[in-house]
Design a protein. Sequence first.
Lengths: 310, 334
Amino acid sequence: MTILPRQVSRLARLRQSDLWWSFTRNRGAMAAAGLLLVLIVSAFTAPLYVVQNPFDPAQLDLLNAEYPPIWAEGGQWPYILGTDTQGRDILSAILYGTRISVLIGLASVFFALAVGIGTGLVAGYYGGLIENLLMRFGDILLSIPTILIAILVSAIVRELLPPSLREVGAGGVLVFAIVLSGWVQYARTVRAQTAVERGKEYVQAAQLLKVPARRIMFRHILPNTLTPILVAATLNFGMAILTEATLSFLGIGMPASQPSLGTLIRLGNQFLFSGMWWITVFPVLQLCLLVVAVNILGDWLRDALNPKLR
Amino acid sequence: MTASAHIAPVASSALTVSAITQRFDVSAPWLNRVIERKSRLFVRAVDDVSFEVPKGGCLSLVGESGCGKSTVARMVTGLYAPSEGSISFAPGEGGKPLSVQMIFQDPYASLNPRWRVFDIIAEPLRELKLRSTEAEVAARVVELLQTVGLAASDGRKFPHEFSGGQRQRISIARALAAEPEFLVCDEPTSALDVSVQAQILNLMRRLQDEMGLTYLFISHDMSVVRHMSDQIAVMYLGRIVEQAPTEVLFANPRHPYTQLLLDTIPDVAAPRRDREPSTGEVPSPLKPPSGCTFHPRCPQADQRCSAERPGMTALPDDSRAACHRVAEMLERMV
């Protein structure tokens, strides 16, 4: 039928959108997006081209240990950023670590979004006692610093897990800890917006048709609350990576057998005073680049989606 | 707009509303109540309202903003349950109660801004399973778009691409999609330009004739109401103060409040520059005045009005009014 909404390809619609227009005119955002793309793609394709799998002990050679970066005296090809005390290539370790950091960041944002959006919709749509219970519980979580919750949770859960699962489950525990303190922000935003939308007449029109509450929440209200959520999620992606790095740096995050950037920084930290600065400085640099790129993108998104700032 | 003789068909009533009341809890939050020792607070938005709408007819509720007319509309559609009283629809086709849909006041809030017009109009068809295949749904949406005077290609657009009048047409198409027998129209034209108002009203009249719809029409605009309705009920502070057939009400308004409302209609041919501006505001429904709630603003009020609440007085010309003066006049005549 001709009148069916013609499916314009998503790409074409994106190219025509205000968002894309704003993006192409913001050099900072484009640079940040480019950098982020390079960092993520290089991390996820790393196994294809790096010198070694840095966490496979069989591939490490103690004879190659403690090389400085290639441009410094004593640097050795192909160890561009040098090696650590066990002959592990720093560049390979960083790329593998970035992969873990990004995965944990993405997973915690995803689950925090799922929990936050669900809670916010239910609280905002039904109001009353349900809203009070859910949101006050969230307030309690918010009154405790994120890091403290994360430390508490990862310490407790780690103790509860059988020793054999501790290493494997470390990533999951981290994600759980970050989600536990992260969902409240989404829930609050969605709840506030839902409470506004619930009173609008298009929702009443749907209620008149006896559309089930679940479908009203997800198909009618949710699309109208997504804008602020998108911004918050982008900025929180950076925060989640940092939280993960902090926990790993403190030694309650990723274990040395599957190190994230934070773990690498902690491990390298011990050698800083013996002159082997490259073991810790390069992971720090990578972490900074990653988080700065995400934050610049998030800031741009916030401005671009806020019509009052145009 | 002419005062056409829109004679109500002599028929059974489509909707019977008896003594409905709506109380809203407007208390402060629990914590504030406990600390500040405030008691719970309720508003009687609608108080003891009764009326009937004949099948195929149109009853209008008029009154100032805040008088409870939209609340009545939402109770009739079932969006709010009445605190007291009952609402019953006559059986329609298939023996089930007449199906109700609603046309909303604000054409900018009543359409989901993220949905295409096609999906907005198709939603009732899909939700109520009125058409079985997507092709049938599409055909029906085109038909509805054309019924309300829009093009089939408009289905592809988003609501923000339309003007207020066009949006109201979309809103009507969505309501019609559910195949209602009874339409509640909550100030469907108050957000529109005068020229567009006439188009929408004429469309609604045409639809009523073609589909045999029954209307409950809510408005604050007396000239719109005169164009649309067979019966008019005037509301003040949550109560009906006068109800009469349209022409009776305009020719012979009984209640002082109705007289005040009719006085406010501007007349281009014979402007009444000497007209006394009415004084006072609508009192807060939280603390309605004693006796007749209109007495603080009423030019004919006396002590009885502030002490005793007037009951409904039925008059020989099919009208009824809640006013002591009307009742006294009737007694003198008898």
